[in-house]
Ligand binder design. Structure first.
Ligand SMILES: Cc1ncc(C[n+]2csc(CCOP(=O)(O)OP(=O)(O)O)c2C)c(N)n1
Length: 679
């Protein structure tokens, strides 16, 4: 579908009050930009300035077509006019610019123009161009399946449409017929890159049209009649639950990209002059006068009123305090204590393998909480994931609570963000193999992990990302990776790696209830493993808090610190060496973020010797972190240097003899233990 809306010759209901209100907002936005530029030069706390001049009409009109506090906004950095028109306090916008403490918009954590306002349903934005598209469609998915009629607005520049996430979002929105309105503010430039070097054929519209069910509205974003008609049409479609729409609004960026950019390096004076002539404020004013909607005097009053409001807001913001000293470390994680007591006692249940324990954990949480939704590649129906962990959940809980996504990892993590934003949905996403997380790493590292922090605690995204990981199954370089070291390096993510079925069940149930993002790593080699791994199934009520390592075997001669698959290898070797009178203590970390250093240190205090065993390559692996902490806090306890046994610093090859050379083997472990004990 394609509706081309011309600016001329259309009749749109207009009333004077509404027109003057729109004009006021546009003026306020323009004067705000000018004032911020001035304040920046005066060294009052704001260093980064980014003007929306030329884009004002799009944002203001878009906001007029939405219901503030009901509809959702995922607004990009050139959308200050939108944020303002949705009800953001001008004083706060100035406060953010000056790096001051504010209730909304990050309170000094983000550069300005990263809008976040929970009461107004403006979702927390990052600086990553294009990430927000998938959050918006995730939100729209959740609205649709809750039966609501809220519309989701997501905006970006034309350069952002080159990002894969844009196309993934269009695809997902079209497949699920979601009530989302994409608004592309097409100024023809991405900093200095013109459209001809950005988009195949130079037309974003022709790319958007190829997504079946996506209705396209092309508008002149400097002309009120055109913009209003496009936005009204798009919002009506979304509101009436007829699926997604995309408004491509042509505008001109009248200023530099930001205060550190000089457009003279890439825009000729002639182009800049032509663009200035299309200033939406001038056009709006002319139309008001030409159509007799207001007098010259009223225009003057409007301008004076807007200027006064801006000056007052700027002055008020200058008196806002800077964020409190010591507050910069707050809100990495939301507070959480498991609702029921730790259940470590021996379970009376039947023995269960890890993959079934995981299935039962999700099933029980789905029964308990209707907000829990499961999705990923191949996870639905009889297949239930390539390892069968989610088998039967679609049949039991319905096709909307356990569903397949497209083969697009960024979609899987990105939609989870939007779903979780309402505090009701609890996405449990599956990445088919940890090796393929990398195509979604922006969504996990740059987005999910820091939303709570970046919004100064305003938003929480309780998301569980489950991933099979690890080798020993001849999976080759792309089905064998152990990636926990990377994950643990990212502030804001909890990282869980169970070594047996009972722990897996209790830890996963806890992960689903935790308000923070949790990455849950499941070793493929343990899914159906019996020895050391298949344990009695814990009850429905049993949860295991994070950050509590387990002494999996007690001993006095040497401490082995391990996690995941390496725990069973350590236990196997420990059993064997016990016949020779060597008593090993095996610590199973269970979660690496948070890390239980207390249990590690008290074990090292007892044994005086420690070996850290990890499957991942050695260089910069998580074992290095464990070693550093023992060296710092347990140095006095040590009778020998801290040792590590790790995978080789190579990819994991497929052929069995090669795989065995690269991944730690029981014989390697035994050798290492003997050499440390001789020290
Ligand atoms: C993924 C990513 N790459 C690069 C940047 C740096 N950057 C910030 S804005 C921008 C240009 C974006 O242009 P466009 O989407 O057309 O929006 P406009 O600024 O023109 O409104 C770039 C390259 C970024 N923030 N994110």
């Amino acid at each position: 579908m394609h509706s081309k809306i011309e600016g001329k010759g259309r009749t749109v209901q207009q009333d004077k009050k509404r027109q003057l209100h729109i004009f006021q907002l546009m003026l306020q936005a323009r004067f705000t930009d000018e004032k911020m530029a001035k304040l920046g030069k005066q060294n009052k706390g704001g260093t980064f300035q980014l003007s929306a001049a030329g884009h004002e009409l799009v944002g203001v009109v878009a906001a007029q077509c939405l219901v503030s506090g009901k509809d959702w906004g995922f607004a990009y950095y050139r959308d200050q006019p939108f944020a303002l028109s949705m009800g953001s306090d001008l004083k706060e916008l100035f406060g953010v610019f000056l790096g001051r403490a504010t209730k909304n918009h990050s309170s000094g954590r983000m550069m300005p123009y990263h809008f976040s306002h929970k009461d107004l349903r403006l979702f927390c934005q990052s600086s990553v161009v294009g990430s927000q598209f998938l959050h918006a469609v995730g939100r729209a998915w959740a609205i649709k399946h809750s039966g609501g009629d809220e519309v989701v607005y997501v905006s970006a520049g034309d350069g952002a449409t080159s990002q894969g996430d844009f196309h993934e979002a269009l695809n997902f929105a079209a497949i699920h017929e979601l009530g989302v309105v994409f608004v592309i503010q097409n100024n023809g430039w991405a900093i200095s890159v013109p459209a001809s070097e950005q988009t195949a054929g130079g037309s974003v519209a022709s790319l958007v049209k190829s997504y079946a069910g996506m209705e396209l509205f092309e508008a002149d974003g400097t002309d009120y009649i055109s913009m209003q008609a496009a936005m009204e049409g798009a919002v009506a479609k979304a509101r009436q639950k007829r699926g997604p729409a995309c408004v491509i609004a042509s505008v001109h960026r009248l200023e530099a990209h930001s205060n550190s950019d000089d457009p003279k390096k890439y825009k000729s004076c002639a182009i800049a002059e032509t663009e200035k002539a299309k200033d939406p404020l001038i056009q709006f004013e002319r139309r008001l006068l030409a159509e007799g909607l207001c007098t010259e005097q009223e225009i003057l009053e409007c301008k004076e009123g807007a200027k006064e409001a801006v000056e007052e807001a700027a002055l008020a913001a200058e008196s806002f305090p800077f964020p409190e000293k010591g507050s910069s470390r707050q809100h990495v994680f939301a507070d959480y204590e498991p609702p029921v007591a730790l259940t470590e006692q021996e379970s009376q249940g039947e023995k269960i393998v890890m993959v079934d324990a995981i299935n039962h954990a999700i099933d029980e949480e789905m029964e308990l909480d209707p907000g829990v939704v499961v999705f990923g590649q191949d996870v639905a129906r009889g297949k239930g994931g390539v390892f069968g962990a989610t088998r039967g959940l679609t049949e039991k809980h319905g096709s909307m609570r356990c569903f397949n996504t497209p083969l697009a990892e960024s979609t899987i993590i990105g939609i989870a963000v939007g779903m979780a934003a309402d505090g009701i949905h609890r996405p449990v996403a599956e990445i088919q193999f940890a090796d393929y997380l990398w195509t979604a790493i922006n969504q996990l590292f740059n987005e999910v992990s820091s939303i709570h922090y970046r919004s100064n605690g305003e938003w929480q995204v309780p998301i569980v990302v489950r991933m099979p990981y690890g080798g020993y199954i001849q999976g080759g370089p792309y089905h064998s990776q152990s990636i926990e070291g990377f994950l643990s390096h990212c502030p804001g993510l909890k990282v869980v790696i169970p070594s047996n079925s009972a722990d897996a069940k209790m830890l996963l149930k806890n992960a689903i209830r935790d308000p923070n993002p949790v990455v849950f790593l499941e070793h493929k080699g343990l899914y159906r493993q019996q020895k050391f791994t298949a344990l009695a199934e814990p009850s429905k009520d049993a949860l295991l808090p994070f950050g509590k390592a387990k002494v999996a075997r007690e001993g006095e001669d040497l401490t082995i610190v391990a996690w995941g698959m390496m725990v069973s290898m350590a236990l196997e070797v420990a059993d064997r060496l016990a016949f020779e009178g060597i008593n090993l203590e095996v610590i199973d970390l269970r979660t690496i973020v948070p890390l239980d250093t207390t249990t590690i240190l008290s074990s090292v205090e007892k044994t005086g010797k420690v070996l850290i065993v990890q499957e991942a390559p050695q260089n910069c692996g998580f074992g290095a972190e464990v070693a550093a902490r023992i060296a710092k806090e347990g140095f006095e306890f040590l009778d020998a240097p801290i040792h590590r046994l790790s995978g080789s610093d190579t990819p994991v090859p497929y052929s069995k003899p090669m795989e065995e050379e690269v991944l730690p083997q029981p014989a390697d472990l035994e050798l290492k233990i003997r050499s440390i004990l001789k020290y």
